[in-house]
Ligand binder design. Structure first.
Ligand SMILES: [Zn+2]
Ligand SMILES: [Zn+2]
Length: 332
């Protein structure tokens, strides 16, 4: 059952849904963090939000064909549990690897330099933390797209041909660790307190679910500064010129500043995926990037834009060689 997308109610729900789900997630997190079992209650909130998003994906999908199974659901969930929940799974609790890392590492690594503005209201500290963490996240993500040695791990996330809530956490464990390191280390060095890490973990979790959801949400001005489904669908495009944009995880300010922001006035791409081939089973996907043969399969045929660029550069180099060789031949 989907509901009529020309109705007024549809337009209103479409515009309100993104902020409503995000606020519901943060409200649940607030109560979770007040309790003495904050990770457990955070996970209850997290899975409730997953269920709400999954319901709206059925009611008002952005792309109907993405509702069909692609056979990757098990792998998506397995990668999510491994990369986001590794530590907590061991304790039989659940999601959110970054939070668990922060809980353990923050007291050990926190730098007592008194740089962090601990006297600021918590909301402002979290915004500051998000902006700082975002630079590391942006850098990690952009490097993963621009260097084949890192792309071989990140390609797993891009290999799906449908976007929906369940592939939010489909990251290779190495890709995840790299991103967590670059995103969190600056905050440890600045001495950010544990609640800031927990709130950043919560914001990242809900924005992540929302950026991958297959709901026809209208995000309007939110697209200017937040990573929304509209922006992230461009990021998953098969076309390199569209895909190598919008690297922001939560905020797109670094895309705006560094010129990788992309949001043309047309519906965002539904032709998503990669040119290479990722292995079929979960374990094979985990080991594939480590072998030469596996990496070659992942990288596949280079995208047309890269081939064109390389051909142009080779032609230019050949003509330069010709020009410099010519006089020598004449004089010889
Ligand atoms: Zn990416
Ligand atoms: Zn994605």
């Amino acid at each position: 059952m989907t509901f009529q997308n020309s109705s007024r109610l549809y337009a209103a729900v479409s515009s309100l849904l993104w902020p409503a789900i995000f606020c519901a997630g943060l409200t649940g997190s607030y109560f979770a963090f007040q309790s003495n079992m904050h990770l457990l209650w955070f996970n209850v909130t997290y899975f409730s939000i997953v269920a709400i998003i999954a319901l709206f994906e059925r009611l008002m999908p952005y792309e109907e064909t993405w509702l069909e199974s692609d056979g990757e659901t098990f792998n998506n969930i397995a990668h999510t549990l491994l990369s986001k929940g590794g530590v907590q799974i061991a304790a039989a609790i659940g999601t959110s690897f970054p939070m668990a890392v922060a809980t353990v590492a923050q007291p050990l690594l926190s730098h007592k330099a008194n740089i962090w503005p601990e006297q600021w209201p918590m909301a402002l500290q979290v915004v500051l933390g998000l902006v700082i963490a975002e630079f590391g996240l942006y850098l990690a993500h952009r490097l993963a797209h621009e260097y084949l040695s890192l792309w071989r791990f990140h390609a797993l996330h891009h290999s799906v041909e449908r976007l929906w809530v369940i592939n939010t956490g489909r990251f290779h464990i190495i890709d995840s660790l790299f991103k967590i390191a670059l995103g969190q280390i600056p905050l440890y060095l600045l001495g950010a307190p544990l609640p800031v890490f927990l709130w950043i973990g919560a914001v990242t979790a809900f924005i992540g679910l929302l950026t991958h959801c297959n709901i026809d949400v209208r995000t309007g001005p939110l697209d200017w500064f937040l990573s929304t489904p509209r922006l992230h669908r461009w990021h998953h495009s098969k076309l390199l010129a569209e895909g190598n944009t919008n690297y922001g995880e939560n905020l797109v300010i670094w895309d705006q500043i560094l010129g990788t922001y992309y949001n043309p006035p047309r519906p965002s791409s539904t032709d998503i995926g990669i040119t290479g081939k990722v292995a079929d089973s979960f374990l094979a996907q985990l080991v594939q990037p480590f072998s030469k043969k596996g990496a070659k399969q992942i990288i596949g045929k280079k995208p047309k834009e890269v081939r064109d660029k390389e051909e142009l550069a080779a032609a230019k180099a050949a003509s330069r060689r010709k020009q410099t060789e010519e006089p020598i031949r004449k004089s010889g």
